[in-house]
Ligand binder design. Structure first.
Ligand SMILES: Nc1nc2c(c(=O)[nH]1)N[C@H]1C(S)=C(S)[C@@H](COP(=O)(O)O)O[C@H]1N2
Ligand SMILES: [Mo]
Length: 548
């Protein structure tokens, strides 16, 4: 089991020493700033640090921004059940949830640091330094980081320390805060306290505004400096072997049924990257090495100059629950992996090909699956366009019949031949199976759960998949009635999902619709419910509806 993470005490350390009781208390340092103002100062300093860091990270790489770097460490180290929980609750928004959660937690810490700093500035600086070190170390230890990766954290916390000093002890400190301990004989300019307080608050406001501007500006610049422009300049060559034309009827008429081809925009996205890797195609290289007789290195131009083929392949995530939507079907353009492997010449015993991404993520694919003749591709195109950046631009792998986590390496830069005995890819030590063939599954797209329908003919429709084995049949049943064969739409190959429809003579009442598929080998999808871990969910999808 993975050990529990140590969660820092969100309330922060208790201040030491007796709590002063009033303005006259002798231990009271002259004019301590009220707690809420001190907390605000802490939050403003933290915000400035993070915002400025995003701007600095434009030069040093998005993954060196502290929020992204620390988040990356969290993603790589949180215990599996917690991560699965996040995926269950937030789905494809799990990363946004992580960033927002981290932000809220940080704001809490920052407020505490502000309050402590109002008592002793040195304590505040120490607190800021701790966060600086955490951010810098996280950035330094991310795969591919150079020494410059510390800069966003270092510059960010320096600015934070300066601001904290200015607000709590420097020129921006409200003078009124100093008044209680001052002798009454010193005349205080009437209204000076309010004016000072206003200046303090507007400084906080300006700092938070600057944080937002540098933060959002940094992200925006990083995007512009990113590879979107390089991507739009790419012209993909025509395939020497095009995908077969779509047979008519791949998309049966049933409102709510998924389209046979998933658009790039609708295609699910799953990866561990908090900042989408920006890989310049002119600098991209693929190394095929390890246990081979002839290691090779290819450029993007080399790859585009090879014979490209185009294939429809359905990609599915092992984390897809029964009835879930972490699956899509696209037309991929790429070089058959087999051609490259044959050239490299795998040595005996090299039964695993490890795909490695620029961000250090790895997956392990059976060498056999890349040589057995199936259309495993090093893909450069998706539905007629260069790969979208979040789907792996410039190059990713796609292997029919295997879950994404063991085959579909995005932003791939290395294929390393090794053995399953010698190397565990990213998800394996985290409790997932080393090998991941996609299990046969079927899903009801329409009617939706708890739909209210009218009696009469109701189309029940959905998708079924058993990539590389193909689907030979889909059956639907109502309540515990007999299984009825659904009508299968045509598919271009056994490597894609299949749409199916069954016309249901619906009668009034509450009903449970269930579906099951049979694959090309004649094996019917088992009823037994199994969770997604370690190697993919099983069980029949069911939908409860009401007919009037
Ligand atoms: N570099 C990298 N590639 C990756 C992953 C990842 O985390 N990092 N996740 C894999 C998983 S688990 C899946 S299901 C597919 C999803 O591909 P998609 O986001 O294009 O749909 O990508 C695979 N490739
Ligand atoms: Mo996945």
């Amino acid at each position: 089991m993975t050990p529990e993470p140590t969660v820092p005490d969100a309330t922060g350390p208790e201040p030491t020493g007796p709590e002063p009781t009033g303005p006259a208390a002798p231990t009271e340092p002259p004019g301590r700033l009220p707690g809420p103002l001190a907390a605000l100062a802490g939050v403003a300093a933290a915000a400035l640090a993070l915002g400025l860091a995003e701007l600095v990270a434009v030069g040093t790489g998005a993954r060196s921004a502290p929020l992204v770097a620390v988040g990356g460490v969290v993603v790589d180290t949180v215990p599996e059940p917690l991560k699965q929980f996040a995926i269950d609750v937030f789905g494809v928004h799990d990363k946004t949830a992580l960033l927002i959660g981290t932000g809220v937690l940080l704001a809490g810490f920052a407020a505490v640091i502000g309050v402590l700093a109002a008592r002793r500035l040195a304590v505040g600086f120490a607190g800021i330094a701790v966060f600086g070190v955490i951010g810098a170390v996280a950035a330094l230890t991310r795969p591919g980081a150079g020494p410059a990766a510390v800069l966003p954290a270092v510059i960010g916390v320096s600015a934070a320390a300066l601001l904290l000093w200015a607000l709590l002890a420097g020129p921006l400190r409200p003078a009124a805060a100093a008044s209680p301990a001052e002798p009454a004989s010193i005349p205080v300019r009437p209204g000076a306290g309010t004016a000072d307080r206003r200046r303090f608050l507007s400084s906080v406001g300006v700092s938070v505004g600057a944080a937002l501007i540098t933060g959002a500006g940094g992200r925006w610049l990083a995007q512009r400096r990113g590879v979107a422009t390089a991507r739009s300049a790419v012209t993909l060559p025509a395939p020497v072997d095009a995908a077969p034309p779509l047979p008519s009827g791949v998309d049966p008429a049933a409102p709510g049924l998924s389209r046979y081809v998933t658009t790039n925009r609708d295609f699910y996205r799953i990866d561990t990257a908090l900042a989408v890797p920006q890989v310049d195609p002119d600098e991209w290289q693929l190394r095929i090495h390890g246990r081979v007789t002839n290691p090779i290195t290819l450029s993007y131009a080399d790859l585009l100059g090879m014979d490209l083929v185009e294939r429809y392949v359905t990609l599915a995530c092992v984390s897809n629950e029964v009835g879930g939507d972490l699956i899509g079907n696209a037309r991929w353009l790429g070089v058959p992996v087999r051609d490259l492997l044959v050239e490299a010449g795998p040595l005996p015993g090299a039964d695993q090909v490890v795909g490695r991404s620029v961000d250090g993520w790895t997956c392990g694919t059976p060498t056999e699956a890349l040589l057995d003749g199936r259309d495993a591709l090093l893909a450069v195109g998706m539905n007629g366009q260069p790969l979208p950046v979040e789907h792996g631009f410039p190059v990713r792998m796609v292997v029919p019949g295997l879950y994404g986590y063991v085959s579909a390496c995005k932003w791939v830069t290395e294929l390393q031949l090794t053995s399953f005995a010698d190397f565990d890819a990213y998800w394996v030590p985290r409790g997932w199976a080393a090998e991941g063939p996609i299990k046969t599954q079927s899903r009801i797209d329409t009617p939706r759960v708890r739909a209210e329908l009218s009696a009469g003919t109701v189309p029940v429709a959905g998708v079924a998949w058993a990539p590389h084995r193909g689907i030979s049949g889909v059956e639907v049943r109502v309540d515990d009635g007999p299984w009825r064969p659904a009508e299968l739409a045509p598919a271009v190959s056994a490597d894609t999902w299949v749409q199916w429809v069954w016309q249901w003579p619906a009668t009034s009442g509450e009903h449970l619709l269930q579906v099951r598929a049979t694959d090309g080998t004649g094996a019917t999808q088992p009823e037994l419910r199994q969770p997604v871990a370690p190697d993919g969910a099983t069980g029949w999808h069911s939908v409860r509806v009401t007919v009037q």
